[in-house]
Design a protein. Structure first.
Length: 278
C-alpha cells in the first residue's frame, strides 16, 4: 500500500520554500514603497517608469544612462532616482502595515481594477483594509458635507438601489453624502469602497470610527498614503481622483462649485466617465 504521508523532512522543505517566496514578495513590496515615497516622483512619472522598466526593482537598479532615455524625466528627478537607494523607510512602512493589518495592492496585481489601472495618474501602489473583491460595475456617489434631509434620503435610495443591483458604491468617507452612501449600501447588503485622504491607521473624521470599522468588516478601505499619514489640504483632491478612477460613473449630490465633489466630477470628466448632477 502506497504511503501518501509527507515526511517531516519534506514538510520542512515545503515550509522553507514558502518562506522564501514570502520573503521575495516582501522585498519586492519594499521597492514599490520606495518608488512611491521618493520626492518629486509623482504617479504620472512612476507609471512612465514602470512602462519602461516593468517593475520598481528594475527602476531601483537602473543606470543613469538608462534614466536619461526616459522622456520628460528632469535632471532633478534622475538624481533623486539615482542617489536615493536607502530602503530603510520602505522596510519601516512595511512593518507598520503588518502591525496595523494593512495590505498592499501594487499596480501589477491582477486584482487592481482595470478601470483604474488605465488612468495615467493612478497610484502605482495602494494600501487597503477589508474585502478586496472583483468589481463588475461601480458608481461613485459624492456630494455636500452639509445637506438637507431630502438629499440624505436621495443618497440613501441611490446607494440601496445600486447595492441591490450588485454595483459597488465608491465614496470618500467624508461627512454628509459620503457617509450616507456608505452606510445605506452596507445596510442593504452591498459592497462599498471608501477612499481615504490619510493613512489607514487613522480615522478621519474621528466621529466615523464606527463606520470605518464596518467598512473594514464588510467593505473596503483604500488609500495611496502609508500608515501614519495625516490628512492635509492637498491629500483630499488627490483622494478624489481615485474615487473617479475606481468608478464607472459618478453621481454628484447637492455640491457647489469649488467643492471636493466638484473636483471629483472634473476628474471623472477627464477620465471619460459619465457624471450625473442631482
Amino acid at each position: 500500500m502506497h504511503d501518501d504521508r509527507i515526511t517531516r523532512k519534506e514538510l520542512e522543505k515545503i515550509n522553507d520554500e514558502e518562506l522564501e517566496i514570502v520573503g521575495k514578495e516582501e522585498v519586492m513590496l519594499e521597492y514599490w514603497i520606495w518608488l512611491t515615497t521618493l520626492p518629486r516622483i509623482g504617479p504620472v512619472t512612476a507609471n512612465r517608469l514602470l512602462k519602461k522598466f516593468m517593475n520598481p526593482e528594475n527602476v531601483y537598479h537602473s543606470s543613469e544612462e538608462e534614466l536619461k532615455k526616459i522622456a520628460d524625466l528632469t535632471a532633478a528627478q534622475r538624481n533623486i532616482l539615482h542617489e536615493n537607494k536607502d530602503l530603510d523607510d520602505a522596510k519601516r512602512i512595511l512593518e507598520e502595515c503588518e502591525q496595523n493589518h494593512i495590505s498592499l495592492l501594487p499596480l501589477d496585481d491582477p486584482r487592481y481594477p482595470k478601470r483604474a489601472r488605465n488612468c495615467k495618474d493612478t497610484p502605482i501602489l495602494l494600501y487597503y483594509k477589508g474585502k478586496l473583491q472583483p468589481i463588475e460595475q461601480s458608481v461613485g456617489i459624492v456630494g455636500a458635507r452639509r445637506c438637507t434631509q431630502e438629499s440624505k434620503h436621495l443618497v440613501a435610495s441611490l446607494a440601496e438601489a445600486n447595492a441591490e443591483k450588485h454595483i459597488a458604491v465608491v465614496s470618500g468617507m467624508a461627512k454628509g453624502v459620503d457617509s450616507y452612501a456608505h452606510t445605506a449600501c452596507l445596510q442593504a447588503g452591498g459592497y462599498t469602497i471608501a477612499v481615504l485622504a490619510n493613512g489607514l491607521d487613522i480615522c478621519y473624521p474621528s466621529e466615523h470610527a464606527k463606520l470605518k470599522e464596518c467598512l473594514e468588516k464588510d467593505g473596503l478601505l483604500i488609500s495611496e498614503y502609508p500608515p501614519g499619514t495625516y490628512p492635509a489640504r492637498y491629500t483630499f483632491p488627490e483622494r478624489n481622483r481615485i474615487i473617479s478612477a475606481w468608478s464607472d460613473e459618478l453621481i454628484v449630490v447637492a455640491a457647489g462649485k469649488g467643492s471636493g465633489a466638484y473636483i471629483t466630477a472634473k476628474y471623472s470628466d477627464y477620465y471619460g466617465r459619465k457624471v450625473t448632477y442631482m
